[in-house]
Design a protein around this ligand. Structure first.
Ligand code: S3P
Length: 184
């Protein structure tokens, strides 16, 4: 389908700690597209934290909720959508998101991820896969190695975030986005 500039969604994928939320909020302000965080949608629908959902119902249940949410937001127009780090685990999620979205992978080194996550991870009720980690660096590396190729193959564009401010990453994405439409 032809994706129109004013209706297409900008979708951010990447590991926890890559900066999807900050970058997404920034882009949404500059481009005047509403910001949606799929984890927030799940939290609002259930009234529970993601940590609680994992503990009480298990990861598979969370993944199903995530898939339902992706299905819903994929039918929206003109949004900036920040996704949970595990969204790429299900190919169907990516197929749905691509229907009316352009997917940007925020690629971060494990050092950057560790730096961004290590300060608050114990208090973080959105990231149960890392919250209880005995060796945070090791677990980040494991997740990263399992998912790296999925992020790359799911992405329309890859933007490296290492050493950059969220504004600078956001501006890079906006300029890629503008260039797509200046050529068409
Ligand atoms: C997850 C990442 C989290 C959240 C959930 C699972 C993952 O989102 O969806 O804890 O599987 O990597 P963020 O990427 O926003 O941390």
């Amino acid at each position: 389908m032809i994706k129109e500039k004013d209706s297409v969604n900008i979708v951010l994928i990447g590991m926890s700690g890559a900066g999807k939320t900050l970058v997404g909020k920034y882009i949404s302000k500059i481009l005047n597209k509403e910001f949606i965080d799929t984890d927030d949608v799940i939290i609002n629908i259930t009234g529970k934290t993601i940590d609680h959902i994992f503990k009480e119902y298990g990861e598979d249940y969370f993944r199903q909720m995530e898939k339902n949410t992706i299905k819903e937001v994929s039918s929206f127009y003109n949004k900036v959508i920040s996704t949970g780090g595990g969204v790429v685990l299900d190919k169907e999620n990516i197929r749905m998101l691509k229907y009316n979205g352009i997917i940007f992978y925020l690629s971060a080194s494990v050092d950057t991820l560790y730096k961004n996550l290590s300060l608050n991870i114990r208090k973080d009720d959105r990231r149960p896969l890392l919250k209880y980690s005995k060796d945070l660096m090791e677990d980040i590396i494991k997740l990263y190695n399992n998912r790296k190729n999925l992020y790359i193959s799911s992405a329309d564009y890859i933007v490296n975030v290492d050493g950059k401010s969220y504004e600078s990453v956001g501006n890079e994405i906006i300029s890629i986005f503008d260039s797509i439409y200046s050529c068409s």
